[in-house]
Design a protein around this ligand. Structure first.
Ligand SMILES: CC(=O)N[C@H]1[C@@H](OP(=O)(O)OP(=O)(O)OC[C@H]2O[C@@H](n3ccc(=O)[nH]c3=O)[C@H](O)[C@@H]2O)O[C@H](CO)[C@@H](O)[C@@H]1O[C@H](C)C(=O)N[C@@H](C)C(=O)N[C@H](CCC(=O)O)C(=O)O
Ligand SMILES: Nc1ncnc2c1ncn2[C@@H]1O[C@H](COP(=O)(O)OP(=O)(O)OP(=O)(O)O)[C@@H](O)[C@H]1O
Ligand SMILES: N[C@H](CCC[C@H](N)C(=O)O)C(=O)O
Ligand SMILES: [Mg+2]
Length: 514
């Protein structure tokens, strides 16, 4: 694609050639002046990581949190980059440089241009919120499939369209990978894409040029304060999904779906200029859940919508999953699916990997693996566990390294409040010392009178300990890693799957499902 077309819509300040810098504006109406040959230059690909550059590429120098992409300009040129997008003019670089105010923003726009704006032709659903995004994507996938659409999903567990899978390194890919992925999904026949939108992604403009049809807000509680600094900044980042919605789709009316039970709902609603559909289990809403019931293997409620009421029976347990289901219900209702069809499709979802996933080797107690890794997630899953457990609740958890430290004691105190026994262990320590992370958790546990706990640093030994302690009718909750099939220690990634480890240990204890 010609450089001028790749950069369409990117505002730039200057163009640098060798030792000369020209103030410049580009328009494809013929105002290119001296730069005409440059704008006509053929670009074979885009990269923001010098290690990915190939001959003929446009390289974006991004100042990051750890490193500065401008320091890799020479390497990018050596690998074949023919033009650079920079935030400051770099001397001694022989290829032309386009100077912009934000190379991340320019990347986002250019990636959409380069892949020919796939989101403009797909039904695009973006879900943000601290908890419930992955679960809600699964529920919406089932609903849109019930409408006969080919539905792709992008999120924490992976990127997929039916049987086809694409590797995922992030919950929400960087803009370049995201636009490329959307283009591939469209090529493979996707008609709709349901994606998780993380606060990091919003802050870094990864979804800036995605044209959403729907944006969903699930909830906002503490997480990622290491990155955002304050809850206000975190909330502001999340609300960016809604602020730009009215500029979104050119071809259709876009809509916001908002959980009014959340105390921050007002903030999202006031920052949003498109029609809103509200949902809630407590507060009055367009899609309202009432008469909730939670059992060990499911949850139910009556859903009141503008035209009547329909009964909803989920195979997912937990009141919070009823909330996730209402978000999905609101979307399908807005798309015109019959409410009976909506209830049927939601009821058919068997479970989401690593979310309240039951490990059953025929043992006389329950073992549940869950991805709760925030204070609110842990409290929700533990209140559900408490509700469905016949006897004791034994909780095993740790906290991730290189992540929000202030959530550690909070998770400790929540675990202590709702458990009979706690095994404190390692999650993904990353570059922190596992023992230090545990030290950060313990004050929270010790602050709760009568809390009983032990520390077993090695996660496998900790699971062994918890399962050995369990007696008839107890419930063992193994929290924090859910679907993850690895453990990150330092910068190394080791195979580790809570579900497999627990099953193997149970078999070792003499339980074997017939
Ligand atoms: C905190 C965070 O979001 N960091 C992201 C950020 O990294 P950074 O700013 O530190 O980048 P950097 O390492 O300083 O590098 C700066 C620039 O130099 C470039 N570079 C670097 C080295 C080199 O040899 N050559 C080169 O060109 C890099 O490609 C980059 O463009 O920009 C990078 C490129 O865009 C991202 O890959 C990286 O995600 C890191 C890996 C990450 O772990 N992010 C997590 C926290 C994240 O985004 N999580 C959310 C989910 C959270 C949730 O909902 O729970 C997600 O959406 O996945
Ligand atoms: N609506 C909800 N409110 C509170 N907690 C929830 C909700 N839905 C799920 N949870 C809890 O949070 C955990 C993570 O759920 P899920 O993976 O759906 O969230 P997520 O927003 O995708 O998380 P991540 O930010 O890691 O991508 C679940 O295992 C469950 O314990
Ligand atoms: N998306 C979250 C997942 C946390 C999962 C937990 N197992 C951890 O490693 O902290 C994050 O990257 O913060
Ligand atoms: Mg997720």
């Amino acid at each position: 694609m010609e450089l001028g077309k790749v950069l369409a819509g990117v505002g730039f300040k200057e163009v640098g050639y060798g030792n000369r810098i020209f103030p410049g504006t580009y328009s494809d109406q013929g105002d290119e002046g001296n730069f005409l040959p440059l704008w006509k230059e053929e670009i074979s690909g885009l990269a923001y990581d010098s290690r990915q550059v190939e001959p003929g590429f446009l390289f974006f120098c991004i100042p990051g949190l750890q490193r500065d992409g401008h320091d890799y300009a020479v390497q990018a040129v050596e690998r074949g980059a023919t033009v650079l997008v920079v935030e400051r003019y770099l001397k001694k670089i022989q290829v032309p440089q386009i100077v912009v105010s934000s190379s991340r923003d320019s990347l986002s726009q250019s990636a959409s241009n380069f892949y020919n704006h796939p989101s403009s032709r797909l039904l695009m659903v973006g879900i943000t919120g601290t908890n419930g995004k992955t679960t809600t994507t699964h529920l919406i996938e089932a609903l849109l499939q019930a409408q006969g659409l080919a539905v792709a999903v992008i999120g924490t567990i992976g990127n997929r369209l039916g049987e086809k899978q694409w590797p995922a390194t992030h919950t929400t890919p960087e803009s370049l990978e995201l636009q490329a992925l959307l283009a591939q999904m469209e090529l493979e026949g996707a008609q709709a894409v349901v994606m998780e939108v993380s606060s990091h992604a919003l802050d870094q403009g990864r979804v800036d040029h995605v044209e959403f049809d729907y944006a969903i807000f699930t909830n906002l509680t503490q997480d990622h304060l290491d990155y955002h600094g304050t809850l206000e900044n975190y909330r502001e980042a999340k609300s960016r999904l809604f602020q730009k919605l009215h500029e979104g789709k050119k071809s259709r009316v876009t809509r916001a779906i908002i959980n009014v039970d959340d105390e921050h709902a007002f903030y999202f609603r006031q920052n949003c200029k498109v029609p809103q559909i509200t949902y809630g289990l407590k507060e009055k809403a367009t899609i309202q859940g009432e008469k909730c019931k939670v059992t060990p293997r499911g949850a139910s409620c009556d859903v009141t919508y503008p035209g009547g009421t329909v009964a909803l029976q989920l195979q997912l347990t937990g009141r919070f999953n009823l909330s996730n289901a209402l978000a999905a219900f609101a979307l399908a209702y807005s798309e015109g699916l019959a409410v009976e069809e909506i209830a049927k499709a939601l009821g058919s979802v068997k479970g989401v990997p690593g979310r309240f996933e039951i490990v059953d080797q025929g043992q006389p107690f329950s073992v549940v693996v869950d991805y709760a890794h925030t204070p609110d997630g842990l409290e929700n899953v533990l209140t559900t566990a408490r509700n469905v457990a016949k006897k004791r609740v034994i909780t095993l958890f740790g906290c991730g390294g290189d992540r929000d430290r202030t959530k550690r004691p909070k998770m400790g105190s929540i675990a202590a409040r709702w458990s009979d026994w706690i095994v404190v262990t390692s999650d993904n320590p990353r570059t922190e010392k596992a023992e230090q992370i545990i030290e950060d958790i313990l004050p929270g546990i010790r602050g709760v009178a009568g809390a009983s706990y032990e520390v077993v640093v090695d996660r496998k030994e900790a699971i062994q300990k918890a399962l050995t302690l369990a007696q008839q009718d107890d419930l063992v909750l193994i929290a924090g890693k859910g679907h993850e099939t690895y453990q990150i220690v330092g910068t190394e990634v080791f195979p580790f799957d809570d579900r497999k480890v627990a099953s193997d240990i149970l078999r070792g204890l003499g339980y074997e499902k017939s």
